[in-house]
Design a protein around this ligand. Structure first.
Ligand SMILES: [Zn+2]
Length: 229
C-alpha cells in the first residue's frame, strides 16, 4: 500500500467524521429557569392567553410603568379570539413586549411523542405568525412538562429557548392579590422569571403593586429575551 493511497483513505475517513459530526449535532435548544443572578433584571411572564380584555388592562399597567413582559400564547386561543386576539397580539409587539409559544391546545408536552410535539409547536408558530407577523423563539411547555429528548427535538423548529420559571405564586388557584404580591415579595431575586396567567383577575389586580415592588427594589422589568442578553 503506497502513501498516496493511505492519505486518500485518511482524507475520506476525516470527511466522513466531519460530515457525521455536523448532522449528529443539531442546534442546541436551551432550557432556562432564570437569568443571571448578577443581573438587575426581572422577567414577568403571562401564560395561557390571549385574553384580549384582560391583556388590554395588563398592557395599560405595563405602559404606565415603563415595563416589558412576555406573553406565552396558546395557538387555539389565538385562533378562537379572532380579530380581537390579533389586535391585542399586535399591540403587545408594538409596545415592546415579547410573544412566546405555549402549545396549540395546552396539552402537556410530556404526553406527546417528539414528532407530535414538533407538529404542535409548528402549528402554533404558524397561527401566531399569521395573527401578528411574528414567529416566536421561546417555548413554554404547559405545566412545565418536558424532558431532554423532547427539548432536543425542538431544534428542528424556530424555538431557541424553553422557558421555565423561578417564581410561581400559583395565581391560577385564585389566592387573592395580597397573597400573590406577598409570595413574590418574599421570593424576589436577581434574574427571576415570574410565572403569571392573564386569565385571572386577581393577577391583574396585583400587577400595579407588584411592579412598584420590583422597581422599588432597583430591578428593570424586561422581556425574557432581554433578560438572557
Ligand atoms: Zn399554561
Amino acid at each position: 500500500m503506497n502513501y498516496k493511497f493511505i492519505s486518500y483513505i485518511a482524507i475520506f475517513c476525516l470527511t466522513l467524521i466531519f460530515v457525521n459530526s455536523i448532522s449528529a449535532t443539531p442546534r442546541d435548544v436551551r432550557v432556562i429557569w432564570a437569568g443571571s443572578a448578577s443581573s438587575n433584571k426581572i422577567a414577568i411572564t403571562f401564560d395561557d392567553g390571549p385574553t384580549p380584555s384582560n391583556d388590554d388592562m395588563i398592557l395599560d399597567v405595563l405602559k404606565d410603568a415603563g415595563a416589558r413582559a412576555t406573553f406565552f400564547e396558546v395557538g387555539q386561543r389565538v385562533k378562537n379570539s379572532g380579530a380581537e386576539g390579533r389586535r391585542v397580539l399586535k399591540r403587545m409587539l408594538d409596545e415592546g413586549h415579547e410573544i412566546g409559544n405555549h402549545s396549540y391546545s395546552h396539552l402537556n408536552a410530556a404526553h406527546l411523542s417528539n414528532s407530535a410535539l414538533q407538529q404542535d409547536v409548528e402549528l402554533t408558530q404558524r397561527i401566531i405568525e399569521s395573527a401578528c407577523g411574528y414567529r416566536p423563539i421561546l417555548y413554554r411547555p404547559p405545566g412545565g412538562g418536558i424532558d431532554f429528548p423532547a427539548v432536543r427535538s425542538l431544534a428542528s423548529t424556530d424555538i431557541q429557548t424553553v422557558v421555565m420559571w423561578s417564581i410561581d405564586p400559583m395565581d391560577w388557584q385564585r389566592p387573592g392579590r395580597k397573597k400573590i404580591w406577598k409570595y413574590i415579595a418574599d421570593n424576589l431575586s436577581p434574574g427571576a422569571i415570574i410565572l403569571l396567567h392573564d386569565t385571572h383577575i386577581d393577577t391583574i389586580k396585583a400587577l400595579p403593586l407588584l411592579i412598584d415592588l420590583i422597581q422599588a427594589r432597583g430591578y428593570e422589568i424586561v422581556t425574557v429575551s432581554e433578560l438572557l442578553r
